[in-house]
Design a binder for this molecule. Structure first.
Ligand SMILES: [Fe+2]
Length: 213
């Protein structure tokens, strides 16, 4: 055995760990990262890359969210777990993900609500005849958290890189095509998405002007 191969054999086989998220914060984000990685990394690696990008955006909002940045980061990690093959039930990923979090993972209600309603999901729920189920099972969360999660998702591309919201909307239309239910739902959701992004950018701008960013 050469020295090189011997060295390699001594390297412990460890799964990459989720990063420590918010400095000095002990909360749900690391738990959420582990769960999302377990559900997405192998089966849907591109979705996992997107998820990590959305979580990074969430962490960057700490200056405007304070202690709630940990909750937002946890929701960012979890927002697309409904795409995981093991979780698919209705085929509507916000509802499938939120039901898994409520019934199996026993997650905090705030996380379940944020995942259920992320990125203006009610419009796609209407198009899938799942509006009554979604709204009966999961109340809306506070606007500042809902808008922040929508901002993070809608400014992150499918490979996790940052996109302007208009580029992100165009990317979704081009990926699904004009007739697809998702494209029609995104069209209906566009005013809600743009309003959320504007609200968060306004908050970031105010913090920058205050010298805290
Ligand atoms: Fe997403």
């Amino acid at each position: 055995m050469s020295e090189t191969s011997q060295d390699v054999s001594l390297v412990p086989l460890v799964r990459p760990r989720c990063p420590l998220t918010i400095v000095n914060s002990v909360g749900q984000a690391e738990w959420a990262c582990d769960l999302a990685q377990h559900l997405l990394e192998t089966t849907l690696p591109r979705r996992w890359a997107h998820t990590q990008g959305v979580a990074a955006r969430a962490m960057s909002l700490a200056p405007i969210l304070g202690d709630e940045a940990d909750t937002l980061t946890a929701a960012a990690y979890l927002h697309d777990i409904g795409y995981a093959p093991d979780l698919v039930d209705t085929g509507f990923h916000p509802l499938d993900g939120a039901r898994y979090l409520r019934d199996v993972a026993k997650a905090d209600d705030t996380l379940c609500r944020l995942v259920a309603h992320h990125s203006c999901a009610v419009n796609e729920a209407l198009n899938r005849d799942l509006f009554d189920a979604l709204t009966a099972e999961f109340d809306e969360e506070r606007p500042e958290l809902v808008e922040a999660l929508t901002y993070c998702d809608m400014t992150t591309g499918p490979d996790g890189t940052h996109l302007d919201v208009t580029e992100r909307l165009a990317e979704i239309h081009s990926r699904y095509g004009p007739e697809h239910l998702v494209s029609r739902s995104i069209t209906a959701s566009t005013p809600c998405i743009l309003a959320a992004v504007q609200a968060v950018e306004k908050g970031l701008s105010a913090v920058r002007q205050g010298g805290n960013l």
